[in-house]
Design a protein around this ligand. Structure first.
Ligand SMILES: Cc1cc2nc3c(=O)[nH]c(=O)nc-3n(C[C@H](O)[C@H](O)[C@H](O)COP(=O)(O)OP(=O)(O)OC[C@H]3O[C@@H](n4cnc5c(N)ncnc54)[C@H](O)[C@@H]3O)c2cc1C
Length: 287
C-alpha cells in the first residue's frame, strides 16, 4: 500500500518545526521513518502534514556536560553505538542497541523516534527508565523538562502535546567502575523483545551501594523494579543476592498477548533479571 496524500514540510530549525506543528492540524513528525513509514503505508496513521526533522539543525549528537550525557533527539541508533562518549560513560547503550532491529534500521532510527513511538518492548525506553533520564520538549510556549517516569501516559502514548517536539534526552551517567548488563528474549534476532532487562550496579567493598533495574516488554511501558533495587542495597554482590531481585521480578505485573501469557513474561523477567545482574556484578570494577 501507499500512504494517503499529505503535504511534506522540510523545516531547518526546531522553532520552525514547532511552528509548523502548531499551525497545522493532523501533523506528524518524521524522524528515522522506521516506524512512521510502515504506519503511513498501512494507513494506520493518515496525517494531512508530515514534518521532516532530517534537515533540522542542533538536535543531534552527544555531549558531556557536568557528568550529564546530553543526546539530541535526532541522533541515530548507529551513531549512539559508535560514539566514544556513550561507549565509555554508558556502555549498556551500545550493548542494548545490538538487539534493536537490524544494521539497516539502526542506520536510520533515532533515539527520539524510539522514545516518541514508545513501543513497550523497545530497548531505548527501557534504558532511559534505568537512567532516570530527563526529556526536553519544545513547544510554542518554550521548553518543558519531563522526567522519564512521567513520559509514558498510556500504551504507546508519550507525554507530548500535538504541537511539541522532543529535542533532547539527558541523564547523569554512573561512576566509571559501575557494572552493567542488558538481557532480552525475542523470538528472532531483530524482533522486539518479549521481555528485556537493563541492570546497573555500583559496588563498594563487595557490597552493593547503588542499583537500577528496568524491565521492558512486561507491561504497557518500561518499569523500574524499585523493590528489588532497595533489597539489593548493602547486600553482598553475589548470585544469592541477585536471586532475591529475580524472585521479586517474577511478581511483576505483566500483560498477556497473542504470543505469550503474563505468567510466561513473569518467569522470563525473573530469569533475565538474574542474568543481567550476574553480568553487571562481573563487570563491576571492584576497588
Ligand atoms: C524491521 C524493524 C525492526 C525493528 N526492531 C526494533 C527493535 O527490536 N526494538 C526497537 O526498539 N525498535 C525496533 N524497531 C523500531 C525502530 O527502532 C525505530 O527506532 C523506532 O520505532 C522509531 O524511530 P524513528 O527515528 O524511525 O522514528 P519515526 O518512525 O520517524 O517516528 C516514530 C514516531 O515518533 C514520532 N517522532 C519521532 N521523532 C519525534 C520527535 N523528535 N518529537 C516528536 N515526535 C517524534 C513520529 O511522529 C512517529 O509518531 C524496528 C523497526 C523496523 C523497521
Amino acid at each position: 500500500m501507499k500512504p494517503a496524500p499529505f503535504i511534506y514540510h522540510n523545516p531547518l530549525t526546531p522553532e520552525d518545526a514547532v511552528s509548523l506543528l502548531a499551525s497545522n492540524e493532523e501533523a506528524k513528525i518524521l524522524a528515522g521513518g522506521q516506524s512512521l513509514m510502515p504506519m503511513l503505508n498501512m494507513r494506520f496513521v493518515v496525517p494531512d502534514h508530515v514534518i521532516d526533522l532530517n534537515n533540522v539543525t542542533g538536535i543531534d549528537g552527544v555531549t558531556n556536560r557536568d557528568n550529564l550525557l546530553e543526546i539530541g533527539a535526532m541522533t541515530r541508533q548507529c551513531d549512539l553505538m559508535a560514539n566514544d562518549l556513550v561507549k565509555s560513560k554508558a556502555p549498556i547503550i551500545p550493548e542494548a542497541l545490538e538487539h534493536v532491529g537490524h544494521f539497516q534500521t539502526r542506520n536510520r532510527c533515532t533515539i527520539g523516534g524510539s522514545l516518541c513511538h514508545l513501543d513497550p518492548a523497545a530497548e531505548l525506553p527501557c534504558l532511559m527508565a534505568a537512567y532516570d533520564a530527563n526529556l526536553t520538549v519544545q513547544g510554542p510556549e518554550g521548553q518543558r523538562e519531563i522526567p522519564f517516569i512521567e513520559w509514558p501516559l498510556a500504551y504507546m502514548i508519550p507525554n507530548l502535546a500535538p504541537d511539541e517536539l522532543l529535542t533532547k534526552i539527558s541523564f547523569r551517567y554512573w561512576s566509571l567502575n559501575h557494572g552493567f548488563g542488558f538481557e532480552e528474549f525475542a523470538r528472532r534476532h531483530g524482533d522486539f523483545a518479549i521481555v528485556a532487562v537493563a541492570a546497573l550496579l555500583e559496588v563498594d567493598d563487595g557490597k552493593i551501594t547503588r542499583a537500577a533495574i528496568s524491565i521492558g516488554g512486561a507491561n504497557i511501558s518500561p518499569v523500574r523494579l524499585v523493590k528489588a533495587e532497595e533489597a539489593l542495597i548493602g547486600m553482598l554482590a553475589n548470585e544469592d543476592t541477585y536471586k532475591v531481585a529475580a524472585d521479586i521480578a517474577q511478581e511483576i505485573e505483566s500483560i498477556s498477548d497473542a504470543y505469550v501469557t503474563s505468567q510466561y513474561r513473569q518467569r522470563l523477567a525473573g530469569t533475565l533479571v538474574q542474568r543481567a545482574l550476574v553480568k553487571a556484578g562481573d563487570r563491576v570494577n571492584r576497588s
